[in-house]
Every structure is written in structure tokens, then in C-alpha cells.
Design a protein around this ligand. Structure first.
Ligand code: PLP
Length: 302
């Protein structure tokens, strides 16, 4: 489905993208590689994870086509962590042109760490295939069930370039002696029965309707906010009107019972105030109410 070049001996089962990344950082650090380029803005949780492992994140800007590969090349970093399918938080998709550039950068000696974040949810067209398929010997591909089934499952996978298979397997083995077999067997049965595909087909229209409802309600209650990103995933990205403080908006919204994610904790350089809004787990009527309350919150802090 994701056009990943994945022979079985290249696949490691891990307990989520988080563990896949942690083990990879351990392997790279053992080779003295402690600098990793990341998308700016990116995921605050991922930045925390990198720092907890003693890795120094180097920010590379993201524009309407995704990661600016030209700036990655100029940064001097040897490895980069990207979310090409649907960038967190901006919601852009890495364009075909940038994918080609990124694969060329990788083939010239770079290492791409591809977090195939929420790629299963694309509402208006077929998703692009993974970058890994363009440069399998220079890409570590990471995916999990956290967005499609439940993050509490802690089940994911890594597809590795040949030279990283042994060191990664070693790190995994001595981290936890392996991911729980019962959950793996249950997921394998779900896949083989077609149940997983049926689940994805059933939730896509539900999430899309929620996204559409939230977009329409935000246009009504918060027309000054600029919504960005493609019709995909589980969250929306909204640029706030000039002069509005995102932290103050988040606090004013929370006082009204609405939790939004601020973008600043995922930034490595200053940028426009913005918030990310997760909608997938909230019914449409509640999303409309939330948008109205968010509009009130922005007017309160302006
Ligand atoms: C950017 C990004 N990638 C991946 C994940 C999923 O991580 P895991 O598979 O460890 O649950 C998250 C979690 O929210 C995330 O924000």
C-alpha cells in the first residue's frame, strides 16, 4: 500500500515509531552521529525524545511543498527525520519534486528517517507512496498502528537499509527481548482477514466528515484564522491572526473546555503564532461547539 521496498529480513517489529526512533538514535550515537536535521516546525514530542537521547536537532524550514531540501543540503546534517506523507504540524505533503530532491540527497550520502505519520488518512485523493521506495538503502522507514488503531497498542515497524539491520536488531534485542507476540499475532489475523482494511475504509469517511465540519465551523466562528494543509490526517493547522499569542489562546480555550495544541514547542526558530486541532476523536456537533468556543477564546485575548 505504501510502495515500501520491504523484504522480510529488513523489517523489525517495534513498540511504535517512538521506540523505532529511540533505537535508531542509539545506533547512530554509537557511530558518533548525534546531530539530526528535523522539520521546523515539527512535533514537540519528537523533539523531546531526541533531546532525551542526547541528540541535537537542527531545524530545516517547511514550506507549502514540505521540507526545503535545498536548506537541508546547506545545513551540513548527515541524517534527517521527516514526515513526508502529512507533515506534523503544518499538514503539508512533501511534493513530488522535493521527494526527488530528498532521494538524491540521500543517495549522495545522507540518511532519511521517514516517519510515515498518518499516511493512511487521505480524504480527497490517493496518498503518494513512501520516500523509502525511492532510496531504500538510504532510508529508515517507520510506521505504527498508533493512528489507525490505538496508540495504547504500542505496535509498529521499522524497515531498514541493509547496513543498519544488524546493529538495529542488536539494539532491539537488548532493549526488551522483543515486542509482544500475542499482539503481533492478533494484528496479523486482523490483516489477513481483511478486517484492518475494512476498518480503514470505515473510519476514513467518518474522519473526513469531522474535518469538513470543523473547517466549516472555523470559517464561521474564526474567519481570521488561515487553515493550512491538505485534506488528510487527524488534525488541522490554523495560523492565528497577527498579534494573537498562541499560548494565551490555548489557555483561554482550555478555560472553556477546549484543548488545542500550540505550535511553538515544536519550533526551533521563531514563526507565526499557530495552533493544531485534533478532530478525529470528536463528534461533529461537539466540533462545531468547540469552534465557537475557540472563536470566543481568540476574541478574549486579542
Ligand atoms: C509526528 C509523530 N509521529 C509518530 C507518532 C506516533 O508514535 P508511536 O508510533 O510511538 O505511537 C506521533 C505520536 O503522536 C507523532 O506525533
Amino acid at each position: 500500500m505504501r510502495a515500501v521496498a520491504a523484504r522480510p529480513e529488513r523489517v523489525a517489529v517495534v513498540s511504535g515509531v517512538g521506540q523505532g526512533l529511540a533505537l535508531l538514535l542509539q545506533v547512530l550515537a554509537a557511530e558518533g552521529r548525534r546531530k539530526l536535521a528535523v522539520e521546523d516546525p515539527g512535533s514537540p514530542g519528537t523533539l523531546e525524545l531526541l533531546r532525551a537521547h542526547g541528540v541535537r536537532p537542527v531545524g530545516v524550514p517547511v514550506d507549502q511543498e514540505g521540507l526545503v531540501v535545498r536548506k537541508l543540503a546547506a545545513s551540513g546534517a548527515q541524517a534527517v527525520l521527516v514526515t513526508p506523507a502529512h507533515q506534523y504540524p503544518t499538514g503539508v505533503v512533501l511534493s513530488a519534486r522535493r521527494r526527488t530532491e530528498l532521494a538524491a540527497w540521500a543517495r549522495a550520502g545522507g540518511l532519511v528517517v521517514e516517519d510515515d505519520y498518518d499516511a493512511e488518512f487521505r480524504y480527497d485523493r490517493e496518498p503518494l507512496g513512501a520516500v523509502q521506495g525511492l532510496a531504500p538503502e538510504r532510508t529508515v522507514y517507520l510506521g505504527s498502528l498508533s493512528k489507525t488503531l490505538a496508540p495504547g497498542l504500542r505496535l509498529g515497524w521499522a524497515v531498514l537499509p541493509g547496513e543498519l539491520v544488524e546493529p538495529f536488531a542488536h539494539a532491539k534485542r537488548y532493549a526488551d527481548l522483543g515486542t509482544g507476540a500475542i499482539d503481533q499475532l492478533a494484528f496479523a489475523a486482523l490483516l489477513e482477514s481483511g478486517g484492518y482494511d475494512r476498518h480503514l475504509r470505515a473510519v476514513r469517511p467518518r474522519y473526513r466528515a469531522r474535518r469538513d465540519a470543523l473547517v466549516a465551523a472555523l470559517r464561521e466562528h474564526l474567519p481570521e484564522a488561515e487553515l493550512r494543509g491538505v485534506a488528510a490526517g487527524l488534525h488541522l493547522y490554523a495560523d492565528l491572526p497577527d498579534g494573537v499569542d498562541e499560548q494565551a489562546v490555548a489557555e483561554a480555550a482550555l478555560r472553556r473546555g477546549v484543548r488545542v495544541a500550540t505550535v511553538a514547542p515544536g519550533r526551533l526558530s521563531p514563526g507565526r503564532a499557530a495552533i493544531a486541532l485534533g478532530y478525529a476523536g470528536v463528534a461533529e456537533q461537539r466540533l462545531r461547539e468547540a469552534a465557537a468556543l475557540l472563536g470566543e477564546a481568540v476574541r478574549e485575548v486579542r
